[in-house]
Design a protein around this ligand. Sequence first.
Ligand SMILES: CC(C)(COP(=O)(O)OP(=O)(O)OC[C@H]1O[C@@H](n2cnc3c(N)ncnc32)[C@H](O)[C@@H]1OP(=O)(O)O)[C@@H](O)C(=O)NCCC(=O)NCCS
Length: 386
Amino acid sequence: MNATAPQATKVPDTRGLAGQTVGDTAICEVNQTQLVYRGYEIADLAAHASFDEVAYLLLVGHKPSATEIAEFKREQGGLRAIPASVRDAVVRVVKESPSAHPMCILRTGISLLSHLDAECESNDPAAELRKSKRLLAQIPTIIGVCQAAREGRAPVEPDATLSHAANLLWCITGKKPDELTARVMDVSLVLYAEHDFNASTFAARVIASTETDLHSAICGAIGALKGPLHGGANEMAMEMLKDIDADCAGGAMSVETWMKRAFAEKRKLMGFGHRVYKNGDHRAPILRAWGLKLAANLGPSGQKWFDLGDSVQAIMLRDKAIHPNVDFPCGITYFCMGIPVPQYTPIFVASRITGWCAHAMEQHANNRIIRPLATYSGPAVQGWRV
Ligand SMILES: CC(C)(COP(=O)(O)OP(=O)(O)OC[C@H]1O[C@@H](n2cnc3c(N)ncnc32)[C@H](O)[C@@H]1OP(=O)(O)O)[C@@H](O)C(=O)NCCC(=O)NCCS
């Protein structure tokens, strides 16, 4: 071999805009070493801030004072009810189409809300902030109405006295959550709130950049988040663990064999991998630690899922060097809360609505339509008439 021959360099795979920076934002920084919301690091926020405070930080732009957060929470409590026509439509869709995914129903609910929002067509900054606050407050109510209809029971009225996280649990389950469950849900919402130009947020910014209305941008973002490669992974991760548990029941197969088969079939394991984080997702260990506290309360029936998750995680790291992302502990944690799996991604929406709205407002504040170029790879020009 010629020692002076140039080494073959691997051409970076830029499909999916991998590795490309496509704009500026002052809302969030995501990199290998940290995740920052408007200057505050995620572990700090998860330990010391409530989701309500993080929502204010993202939407309004600064850390709230004690007076500001008290007023924000009071205002949120008063905005939670949804119009009867929206509630009735959600119930009707669930009844007529029981297999409709709750993400699609939530998207429809928000689309219906837009028709009844007097400020729907206004992109004035103050109007956009008011609409963002209304969406934040009303999303848990829609999720709750949807879940109650799926179970064939009457929905509960949202509780204005509860935090966003506790009210969300109340709306979904119809039961007031204990302190630990509400805290763990709150932390999960803090972790999910924002993540710079992820697929759904970028979709929201593209839509907002046409100067259409905020609700349209949010409906598009929900469609993007639903996909299994994005937010839908929290549901798929838990479904995957349930499959492994069933296939390995009674020693029918080892987890190792299950994983080897999945690798041989070139399957994507849900809740693993990340476009940006190659050495692990900063959010995953934070949520895992809180989820384990919940599991400890449940005893063996909860711990079992974290133990199974640990086995899968260890094999994934050993054989593929791929780390879990936040959706992996999230799926197990929500399962330990007793939440039906199809509501995991809607819960993600109840948090990420803050990031989406902040980005839509940032886009509108300095707008130019997002319209990139494409490299044509089709046939050469030819005559239509032969
Ligand atoms: C998140 C995700 C979409 C990122 O996609 P990406 O940036 O295009 O993926 P990468 O370029 O890092 O993938 C590198 C390699 O790892 C593999 N890989 C990545 N994630 C994997 C997973 N979850 N399971 C199995 N293999 C995976 C890819 O197939 C690829 O293999 P190849 O080089 O042989 O083609 C991808 O990791 C994935 O599909 N994960 C599962 C879904 C998920 O959990 N989504 C939530 C993200 S927060």
